[in-house]
Design a protein around this ligand. Structure first.
Ligand code: ADP
Ligand code: MG
Length: 359
C-alpha cells in the first residue's frame, strides 16, 4: 500500500535532512499513527505520499505505483485514489455542507444522480445527515472536520491520510473524530494519521511509527504514544535515541472500536472525562505549533475570486480535488484557471478501476 525505500528529504537551505533514509511499509487495511514532535518530519512524509513533494533520494510506492514514475499530468488521477484531511479543514466557506462534499465529485465528473445519492450517504456516515444545507461557519469545529472527512472519503479512496486532524479541536470533539477515522478504517480503508495527540494514540492501540528529527525511532503494533513522544519538545534535537515502548500505566484505555460509529460530542466528552484526569496536562499541547507546510500559498495576483474561494487553489494544490469545476458549475473562474481546467480535462485517461474501496 505504502512503501518508503531509503527516503531522504533535504529542503533547500537547510543543513540537516527533514527525513533521513526512511524505510517504512504500510500494508493494505492498516491504521497507522505517525507521531513525533513538531518538525520531526510527519507532514513531509504525508506530502510525499500524495506526491505534493518528492524525495531528494530514495523511492516511494503508494497504491502500487512508484511515485517517481507518475508524471505530473497523472498526479491528479493518482490523487483521486486518496483522501486527504488537514488540521484546518479547508472547506469552501461559500458552499453548503452538501456542496463542499459534492464538489469533489463534480470535479471528477460524476453524474448528478450519483452525487445526489453518494453525498447524503456519506454525510449520514459521518453523523451530519441533518446538516447538508448548513454553511461551514454554522458548524462547530468538529462538525467542520466531519465535512472534510466526508469529502475525503466520498469517492471511496483506498487510502485516507490525515495531517493533525484534531489539531484545532478540543479533546472531546477529537475523540469523536478519531472514532470516525477508526470506523472508516474498519470499513477497509487504509488510514494514516499524523498527530501529536498523545492521549488518543495511547487509547487506540494502533500501530505507531514515531519520527524524531527525520528518523524513525519506533515502529510498534498496537502501541501507545509512548512517554518519549509526549515530551518530545524537550528532546527534539536528540535524534536516534533508543525506541521507547509503553504508554503510561495510569492511562485508562477506552476501546474506540466499541464506540458507536457516530457519537454525540457529549458522549465523547463523558468518555473522555473518564481518562482525561489521568493524562498529564502537558501531553495535550506540549508541542508548539510550527508553520504548516500544507498552508495556503495562493497566487496573490489572482484577484477576481469573490465567488471562487481561494481555498479551491489550496484544494488543487494539496490534491483534495484534482481539477476545477466544469463550466456549468455556478462559480466563475479566471481565464488562467479556465485554461488550467481545460488542460486537466484533456487528460481524461483515468483508469476507472483505480477507484474503489479495499475489499
Ligand atoms: P512535522 O509535520 O512533524 O512538524 P515537517 O515535515 O513539517 O514536520 O518538517 C520537518 C522539517 O522539515 C522541519 O525541520 C521543517 O522546518 C522542515 N521543513 C518542512 N517543510 C519545509 C520547506 N518547505 N522548506 C524548508 N524546510 C521545511
Ligand atoms: Mg506537520
Amino acid at each position: 500500500m505504502i512503501l518508503f525505500d531509503k527516503v531522504t528529504k533535504k529542503y533547500p537551505g537547510t543543513s540537516r535532512p527533514a527525513l533521513d533514509a526512511i524505510d517504512l511499509t504500510i500494508e493494505r487495511g492498516e491504521f497507522v499513527f505517525l507521531v513525533g514532535a513538531s518538525g520531526s518530519g510527519k507532514s513531509s512524509c504525508l506530502r510525499m505520499m500524495i506526491k505534493e513533494d518528492k524525495p531528494t533520494t530514495g523511492q516511494i510506492h503508494v497504491l502500487g505505483q512508484n511515485l517517481s514514475t507518475v508524471s505530473s499530468r497523472k498526479v491528479p488521477y493518482f490523487r483521486r485514489r486518496l483522501g486527504v484531511v488537514f488540521q484546518d479543514f479547508r472547506l469552501l466557506p461559500n458552499k453548503t455542507v452538501f456542496d463542499n462534499v459534492a464538489f469533489t465529485l463534480q470535479v471528477i465528473g460524476k453524474s448528478r444522480g450519483f452525487i445526489q445519492e453518494a453525498v447524503p450517504d456519506v454525510l449520514k456516515m459521518v453523523g451530519l445527515g441533518g446538516k447538508a444545507s448548513r454553511y461551514p461557519h454554522e458548524l462547530s469545529g468538529g462538525e467542520q472536520q466531519r465535512v472534510a472527512i466526508a469529502r475525503a472519503i466520498v469517492n471511496k479512496p483506498a487510502l485516507l491520510l490525515a495531517d493533525e486532524p484534531t489539531g484545532n479541536l478540543d479533546p472531546a470533539t477529537s475523540a469523536g473524530i478519531m472514532a470516525l477515522l477508526e470506523s472508516i478504517n474498519a470499513s477497509g480503508t487504509t488510514v494514516v494519521v499524523a498527530t501529536h495527540a498523545a492521549d488518543f494514540v495511547d487509547q487506540m492501540k494502533k500501530r505507531v511509527v514515531e519520527l524524531s528529527a527525520g528518523v524513525i525511532v519506533r515502529d510498534e503494533r498496537e502501541s501507545g504514544y509512548g512517554t518519549t513522544a509526549a515530551t518530545a519538545t524537550a528532546r527534539a534535537s536528540s535524534a536516534k535515541r533508543a525506541p521507547s515502548t509503553t504508554a503510561s500505566p495510569t492511562t485508562k484505555i477506552v476501546t474506540m472500536s466499541e464506540t458507536p460509529q457516530v457519537e454525540s460530542q457529549t458522549d465523547a466528552f463523558q468518555r473522555l472525562r473518564t481518562f482525561a484526569t489521568d493524562i498529564p496536562e502537558t501531553t495535550l499541547d506540549a508541542v508548539p505549533p510550527m508553520p504548516d507546510p500544507f498552508a495556503p500559498d495562493v497566487d496573490a495576483s489572482i484577484t477576481d475570486t469573490q465567488d471562487m474561494s481561494t481555498l479551491v487553489y489550496d484544494m488543487l494544490d494539496s490534491g483534495v480535488v484534482s481539477r476545477l469545476p466544469r463550466d456549468d458549475d455556478a462559480a466563475p473562474v479566471t481565464e488562467r484557471l479556465r485554461a488550467q481546467s481545460q488542460r486537466r480535462r484533456t487528460y481524461a485517461d483515468d483508469d476507472p478501476a483505480d477507484v474503489g474501496p479495499v475489499q
